[in-house]
Design a protein around this ligand. Structure first.
Ligand code: GAR
Length: 203
């Protein structure tokens, strides 16, 4: 077979699709991190909320950004074929606040990862997201919180842990303070862990 020089010298970049529900600071940070990467690129951002700020943030960075309805998520064949067309190597849930469709998890085994804003198995499960997590952590007078990046299976926040990082909580910290500390860790580590998952088959 004759292969052109350009296809020989350019290995295919891994393709990332992000799911997010709201603000999208993690999504923006991931897109920027991979803008100059030779390993991977973000190809599409999907949100269950058509008004989510994450869509505008992604479009501003020239990334395809689409929303889907609750009905489309409950009968996700259309969503699945949209995904298949984009040929993703990894699906990243970065602040996706609904239960992820089982059909998609089954179609992409070990290719769906989530970031959770606490040290799982603590403060996980249904209803434990965003501010609710940090409020519970402060109410329980925890001395530490942190982030967990894990594979997604069909049970909320119970898939295999890939990475955790701790931060210290001072006695006077409010839930907002904890949220800020956790967000710093998310922005520092999530893109690197995504890169590792895509480039180190052992993870
Ligand atoms: C992040 O803190 C993420 O860990 C959390 O939502 C936030 C989204 O922030 N995810 C969950 O709580 C999932 N259970 P962002 O929209 O600014 O990226």
């Amino acid at each position: 077979m004759i292969t052109s020089a350009s296809t020989q010298s350019k290995p295919m970049k891994k393709r990332i699709v992000i799911f997010a529900s709201g603000n999208g600071t993690n999504t923006q940070n991931i897109i920027k991190y991979f803008q100059n990467s030779k390993h991977a690129q973000v190809v599409c951002v999907l949100s269950n909320n058509k008004n989510a700020k994450v869509l505008a943030r992604s479009l501003d960075l020239n990334i395809e950004a689409l929303s889907f309805t609750k009905a489309e998520m409950l009968a996700p064949q259309g969503l699945l074929s949209l995904l298949n067309n984009r040929k993703p190597d990894l699906l990243v849930l970065a602040g996706f606040l609904l239960k992820f469709p089982e059909i998609i998890i089954d179609a992409y085994p070990n290719k769906v990862i989530n970031i959770h804003p606490a040290l799982l198995p603590k403060y996980g499960g249904k209803g434990m997201y965003g501010h609710h997590v940090h409020k519970a952590v402060v109410e329980n007078k925890e001395t530490h919180s942190g982030i967990t990046i894990h594979y997604v299976n069909n049970h909320y926040d119970q898939g295999k842990v890939i990475f955790q990082k701790k931060t210290t909580i001072a006695p006077q910290d409010t839930p907002q303070d904890v949220a800020q500390k956790v967000q710093l860790l998310e922005h520092q580590w999530l893109p690197k862990v995504i890169e590792d998952v895509l480039t180190k088959p052992s993870l």
